[in-house]
Write a protein that binds this ligand. Structure first.
Ligand SMILES: [Zn+2]
Length: 413
């Protein structure tokens, strides 16, 4: 008996319509196709030899099985999860018993696409790597809407199963285009041209409903500070970001943000709702070093700024001061304008340090607080919504790079 299931834990499901093909020149090889329970009976009697076994999930399009998951992985409109091809080697003895199984593949990378074990009664247990799980939770993008943003999330859980189940459930109300497992596997759930439901109440560059114009990527992690994202996840994410930007040229380099940058609370303010999504442990600097996302430039230092030229001279006049409500309106207005030019939703630039401004500052600080390299002079290092000199200079460095101008109006090259 051969059993074929997919590699998703909680739950793995049996895979039907998988062709098990024994590579042999002998007549009438004992091939077969799995039934709805993922099972197929193969007769080994009289077949003493060593064979390669080709495992072919028949509903997987040939051209995507060994390609990287990305925009080119088009999901069927109906149907089931689809899986990678796989092949392995078995040895059968004179009594028709399986004596050994070897999961390594001569085909490049195919051995990463499945596992195989042997158990009693000559049973082979095959798992196949999942490539895509179509989610029913998506809708049309509004007409004439370009995809111009990528939103990175964490699933909030330590394992992938619950997130996949929720996104795949009809009526689950949530989905993402891509989910990246802890081992770096990417699973596609919604085609890029459809609107996945990942960002909820949200706003970026003063445009509401971020789902309309974004791609959502969920990374398996609990968020906050429980456990670091894995190296495999960063590598997979970076590859996917490049593929997405190639396919959707209206996504600018800086158009890669976290859910925490765009999520609004029930009173439509930034601030509290998603500080852990993807959280301060997410290594934005890793992306920035490749020019991806909102970059804090490292060719501009804090010493490059004349403090009397920024924020109405607030930090020149108040050493160690905190820019907040009660500070000069001109300084607060400049702060609001800077946050707005990056994309944060801070309401009107009215010179009042209200809830929206404080929320925008908090979200900015969460994104730019992490400092894995230990160079504590360049990131905010706080996320309490209070603008100290470090937060102010981090913001200004980004603004100079983004606008191409220094605070005194001279050109940054
Ligand atoms: Zn999220």
């Amino acid at each position: 008996m051969v059993s074929v299931r997919d590699n998703i834990k909680a739950p793995s499901i049996p895979i039907r319509n998988v062709r098990i093909e024994i590579q042999t020149n002998a007549a009438n090889p004992p091939n077969g196709t799995t039934n709805t329970r993922g099972l197929v009976k193969i007769q080994w009697a009289g077949r003493a030899d060593t064979y390669r076994v080709w495992v072919d999930p028949l509903n997987t399009p040939e051209d995507v099985s060994d390609a990287d998951v990305g925009p080119a992985t088009a999901l069927p409109t109906t149907g089931h999860r689809f899986h990678r091809f796989y092949d392995f080697k078995i040895t059968v003895d004179d009594d028709g018993n399986l004596t050994s199984v070897d999961g390594s593949s001569p085909e490049m990378a195919l051995d990463e696409y499945g596992t195989v074990t042997m158990s009693g009664n000559n049973r082979l247990n095959i798992t196949l790597k999942t490539l895509a799980i179509p989610s029913p939770n998506h809708s049309a993008r509004p007409n004439n809407t370009d995809i111009s943003l990528i939103v990175i999330h964490c699933t909030g859980g330590a394992v992938i199963g619950p997130a996949l189940n929720r996104f795949a459930a009809r009526g689950g109300g949530a989905s993402a285009h891509y989910v990246i497992d802890t081992d770096g596997s990417i699973i596609k759930m919604v085609n890029d041209d459809r609107r996945a439901w990942h960002a909820g109440r949200s706003r970026w560059h003063n445009i509401a409903h971020v789902n309309n114009f974004s791609i959502g990527i969920e990374i398996v992690n609990r968020g906050f500070s429980h456990k670091q994202y894995t190296e495999e996840q960063y590598l997979s994410l970076i590859g996917l970001l490049h593929r997405l930007r190639d396919a959707h040229p209206n996504i600018p380099l800086y158009g890669i943000v976290g859910h925490s940058d765009v999520a609004l609370d029930s009173s439509m303010n930034l601030g509290k709702p998603r500080p852990g999504d993807p959280g301060r442990i997410f290594n934005w600097e890793r992306l920035e070093s490749l020019g991806l996302g909102i970059v804090v430039p490292d060719d501009i230092t804090n010493d490059d700024f004349d403090l009397s030229m920024i924020y109405d001279g607030f930090f020149a006049d108040n050493e160690g001061g905190i820019l907040s409500s009660g500070s000069s309106r001109a300084a607060i207005k400049e702060l609001q304008n800077d946050l707005r030019s990056i994309g944060y939703h801070v309401g009107a630039s009215d010179g009042e340090y209200g809830a929206k401004t404080e929320g925008g500052v908090k979200m900015f600080q969460v994104h730019f607080s992490q400092d894995p390299a230990g160079d504590d002079s360049v990131r905010t290092n706080r996320y309490d919504g209070k603008v100290d000199l470090r937060t102010a200079l981090c913001l200004k460095r980004i603004i100079v790079k983004l606008t191409g101008f220094w605070p005194d109006g001279s050109k940054y090259t």
